[in-house]
Design a binder for this molecule. Structure first.
Ligand SMILES: [Zn+2]
Length: 213
């Protein structure tokens, strides 16, 4: 009697360090490939092709799809930072434009906010150019905010709303059109309207956070 069959044989393609999703820190991994073999008397003889690959954490022994090796925390932090910057610039400039005209006070505050929360300082002429771009592109406020929202905690979302309120109230009063935009921003970040009202009342009793310095 001839005994034959198939068997998957694992081999290591690569080893190194990776951010293990299960351990949530850097660990050694082995990137393994499974090759299916034709066996005769349980001895693998003929490779039949790849049966897949996976990444194995050497500490928790968890196995993951190969894509986990692409995740680069430094790169993803940079990406978040640039998206955050984009969202902040975009929403603050829209807020400045919401009442139909641009005041010096508004320009000052927007410049301060962008430079406080951004990575690269901008000048007044940079800001003028950004304003032109925002006006020309005419994109809704949700566009960038909704991308960063999942990475923000409540505090992070409140900061953006407070900045928006600071810009809105720069000329001494918050118009309806500005309040509409505040609620749109909040909606894009999945904040409840009662949460926003709470923040607004908070701001109303104090001076806006950015008007003093
Ligand atoms: Zn692990």
């Amino acid at each position: 009697m001839i005994i034959f069959g198939t068997r998957g044989i694992k081999s290591t393609i690569k080893e190194g360090q990776f951010l293990c999703p299960q351990c949530a820190n850097n660990q050694r991994y082995k990137h393994k490939k499974v090759t299916k073999f034709f066996t005769l008397y349980f001895i693998p003889l003929i490779p039949l092709g790849s049966a897949g690959e996976f990444v194995e954490c050497q500490r928790c022994k968890g196995t993951f799809i190969s894509r986990v090796l692409d995740f680069d925390p430094a790169k993803s932090k940079d990406q978040f930072q640039s998206q955050y910057e984009k969202a902040m610039r975009h929403s603050m400039i829209l807020m400045m434009l919401a009442d139909g005209h641009i005041d010096d006070e508004e320009l000052n505050i927007v410049e301060k906010i962008i430079n406080k929360f951004g990575h690269n300082d901008i000048s007044r002429s940079d800001l003028d150019q950004l304003i032109e771009e925002v006006e020309a592109n005419n994109e809704p406020v949700q566009k960038y905010l909704s991308k960063i929202a999942p990475s923000l905690n409540e505090h992070g979302k409140e900061i953006i709303i407070k900045c928006g309120l600071a810009v809105a109230s720069a000329d001494g009063h918050i118009d309806d059109s500005e309040m509409v935009l505040i609620f749109e921003m909040a909606k894009a970040m999945e904040m409840s309207s009662s949460h926003v009202k709470g923040i607004t009342q908070d701001i109303g009793t104090k001076r806006p956070a950015f008007s003093q310095n």
